[in-house]
Design a protein around this ligand. Structure first.
Ligand SMILES: [Zn+2]
Length: 181
């Protein structure tokens, strides 16, 4: 072996291997982030659907509409709730896996965090708030079912994502704060 070969194998190769390892772990994190944001938007859609069904159910009872209407509205509720539970568990599983066992976020914590009243974070009047993500003079952010949706800039999410975006927190940090753990 020439000196150059020796240098290459002893000094350069370990550096290259190190870079590849770093790259792989970054790609892993990126994959997890993508998966979590996907799971999160699915959760948001299901939440909205559940809320819609509960609202319609209530309306139908109040209007004393035929029972068959209410049973149709209610028919998918247990499935939706089951699906929500599954999504919450997968999110908690991914977060726990990337945090180490001691800083784990449990599904119960995520659940508790999502119930934290959004009014404690932003000023809500008659279901509307001034958006904190754009220069909002008239309240253009709708608040419903502990979720926000800005009709001005399009930002939307639940109470966890509101805190993450507002304060620049990670998902586990926001869950810990909101669940009071
Ligand atoms: Zn906005």
């Amino acid at each position: 072996m020439t000196d150059l070969d020796t240098y290459y194998y002893r000094v350069e190769m370990p550096k290259v291997r190190q870079k590849i390892a770093e790259f792989k772990s970054e790609m892993g994190n990126w994959g997890k982030c993508k998966r979590i944001s996907y799971l999160y938007s699915s959760l948001f859609e299901l939440d909205a659907e559940l809320f819609e069904r509960y609202t319609n159910y209530k309306k139908s009872s109040e209007a004393d509409n035929p029972y068959i209407e209410r049973s149709l509205i209610a028919s998918h509720i247990p499935e939706i709730e089951k699906e929500i539970g599954k999504l919450e568990r997968e999110i908690a599983f991914i977060v726990r896996g990337s945090q180490g066992p001691n800083q784990g976020i449990t599904p119960e914590m995520t659940h508790q965090a999502r119930d934290y009243p959004i009014e404690y974070l932003i000023d809500v009047k008659r279901g509307m708030a001034r958006c904190i993500f754009h220069d909002d003079h008239n309240p253009s952010m709708g608040i419903k079912n502990n979720h926000f949706h800005c009709f001005g800039c399009g930002e939307k999410g639940d109470v966890i994502s509101l805190l993450m975006k507002r304060d620049g927190l990670s998902f586990p940090e926001a869950v810990k704060f909101l669940s009071g753990v």
